[in-house]
Design a protein around this ligand. Sequence first.
Ligand code: PMP
Length: 452
Amino acid sequence: MTTVHEQTKSLVEKDRENIWHHISAYNEKNPPMVIEKGEGAWITDHKGDRYLDGMAGLWAVNVGYGREEMAQAAYEQMKKLAYVPMTQSHGPAIELAEKINELLGADYKIFYSNSGSDANEVAFKLARQYHQQNGEPSRYKFISRYRAYHGSSMGALAATGQALRKYKYEPLAPGFLHIAPPDNYRRPAGQSVEEYNIQRAQEFEEKIIWEQKETIAGIIMEPLITGGGILIPHPIYVEKVQEICKRHGVLLIIDEVICGFGRTGKMFGHQHFNCKPDIITMAKGLTSAYLPLSITAIRKEIYDKFDTGEDNSHFRHVNTFGGNPAACALALKNIEILEREHLVDRSAELGDRLLKELEVLKDHPYVGDIRGLGFLMGIELVEDKETKEPATNARMAKIIGDCKANGLIVGRNGDTVAGFNNILALSPPLSCTDEDFDFIVAVLKKVFGENE
Ligand code: PMP
């Protein structure tokens, strides 16, 4: 009989032999964790060590792990009806679409897919076809921001503004252009945040004009840049971009893959601003990652150009798994939990408290900036507070390693090529208890205290 220790050891070995892990090379000294269990904000690995998951997986498990009623919702639906292609329809998909419109407070058509990347691909195809059928077939280009991440497929990666993620995979889908994002911490000295944000928004307009506006199909952006280092714009930025889009006939696509479903303290990130996007993409927090599901929501006026009754005017896009009944039933349950437990307000409250609690870290020699919106926070580490030289890899690894050694998983974000991979990210489940919250604060204070 094998001992428990031998069984778990062989799990790690089998993992090394058989699994090709996402994004990272296998690291003998620091192999991937084999996670066995999740409960609330906590995960337990195969050795029985518990960690507070300060990244909610990949910014996704908004309602926390181990929810019996989520499993039950999927189970009941699978038993009743496991699958319907979205060429047809079913109750949970219909109910969920209606619920999403209620949350958006507007009339959108809901297109189902499986992942954030899928949802963005749908947005790009739809936008191009819309312009074709709206008498402007020359509009095919998209503008996004450097540092933003929009997905891993050839179009979504083309929209992504992080060079190292594209290196060795190019050429990607053509027609994607980039401009710099607002990075308030690094704005020019003497310029107000508002002035700087207006100027940065204006760069979209300059790009549109230089490229010839009749060629521009859309702008895609997150309400705030998440993976690229938690870059939170001044509200005037988003409002100005929207105004520029309207003036030039360019569709505004808002990527809510991370920001949606309460992460920023509102149900959707764009609801912080006076903004009505033409297209909205969602994934991750839609099901709290219990099952894959994503949505591309399209303003009804855009849909009208596809519903003309003419041959070939429909959207010729299909995917096998999108709108899976169990995933839709689970998304409905997930939203019910977010609402019942007031987790969106909780996200805002915990985020504000975290910013206050960590205010003291601003005096730390390596903390350049602390910023957040809702329960989403970035701590930008620098070598020198005057020059703002980004923290070295060694310093980032030490702090993240020390957090882990103390039971807290935190993320590392930014952009590697530009040298700004120096932002420590926190995006814990919104269901964190007060004790969980105190634990996060205690670990961060301890780790920074030990790394002065
Ligand atoms: N958009 C954003 C803003 C994301 O953060 C991500 C994933 N991290 C995606 C799109 C792509 O989502 P997925 O990994 O589900 O394809």
